[in-house]
Design a protein around this ligand. Sequence first.
Ligand SMILES: Nc1ncnc2c1ncn2[C@@H]1O[C@H](COP(=O)(O)OP(=O)(O)O)[C@@H](O)[C@H]1O
Ligand SMILES: [Mg+2]
Length: 322
Amino acid sequence: MDISSSKETNLLTVEHLTIGVRKDKKEILLVEDFSMTIEKGQVVGMAGESGCGKSMVCKAILGILPPGVEIFSGNIYFEGKEIKTKKDFKNIRGKFINMIFQEPVSALHPLKKVGHQIGEGLKLHSKLNGKEIKEKVIDTMISVGINDPEKRYNQYPHQLSGGLCQRVVIAMAIINEPKLIIADEPTTALDVTVQSRIINLLKSLNKNNGTSIIFVSHDLAVLSQIAERINIMYCGEVVEENLSKNIFSKPKHPYTADLLNSIPEIGKEYLKPIRGSVPVPEEYPALCKYADRCDEKFCLCDELKPEFLEVEDGKVRCLKYK
Ligand SMILES: Nc1ncnc2c1ncn2[C@@H]1O[C@H](COP(=O)(O)OP(=O)(O)O)[C@@H](O)[C@H]1O
Ligand SMILES: [Mg+2]
């Protein structure tokens, strides 16, 4: 697929994004040459072990990278227009793109009533008056499944359970009807039953409102329930991108296969954890980043850097396919 040709019609296009930090005059890359497209109404997943750069990509798209972390190269386009300056990001964030963070509790202000927090985005980005805002807040609370919204409206975060707090965070993220929601591990801190309710909620948002979603999770089982396409990230690179169903039925990259073998599943006799661990960015290997942990490593892996090759319906970064 030629990304540049569809830039005008895609909701979001990320091209060759490289993110890093400077340390002792050296550039350390946290994300390397990351590209992705999101069409209107599409749900795209991002998976990979902790530390592989998923959150950095999300934060770069919103223009909220931590201090010291910068975009070295690459471009981000929203509805065909490049977002580049602080002002561009500010115009889009909270209005057209919203984020749901992993920790619901830290995303909420402890001393503000939840109803007010949910309405804050509307106050900033719409011309509604106080009464209209409250009505819309109540409606949104109902739509995310918060029972007794009038009572909850006046409560503080500490009076709500973790699951309810995450619903409040989701209400905050959807009240402006953004075109894109970036959900970065939105269910990781929740128990399994709450998890599936939140996923169903995001699914219905996608179906009923056509909201596009980037759904990030280190858990492929969770992604299988919601994402149409999945990016598998390892050491700051996408190592495989394909339709969800292909990722699960015929994974191409050894890392994808290993990730699948390491997730619990009913009926699975034993889990095979991936040996070793994700290196720190200073020690990312120069050639294939997964070679050290890969059971399918062969002679070429010590000689060539794998390119991101086109395969059936997607792409893979592995020398096996060269
Ligand atoms: N503020 C920071 N400065 C430098 N490196 C960071 C900072 N925050 C995170 N990192 C590093 O960036 C890499 C990617 O992190 P992150 O995007 O949070 O991974 P993920 O979301 O996939 O778990 C990790 O190696 C992490 O240690
Ligand atoms: Mg993260």
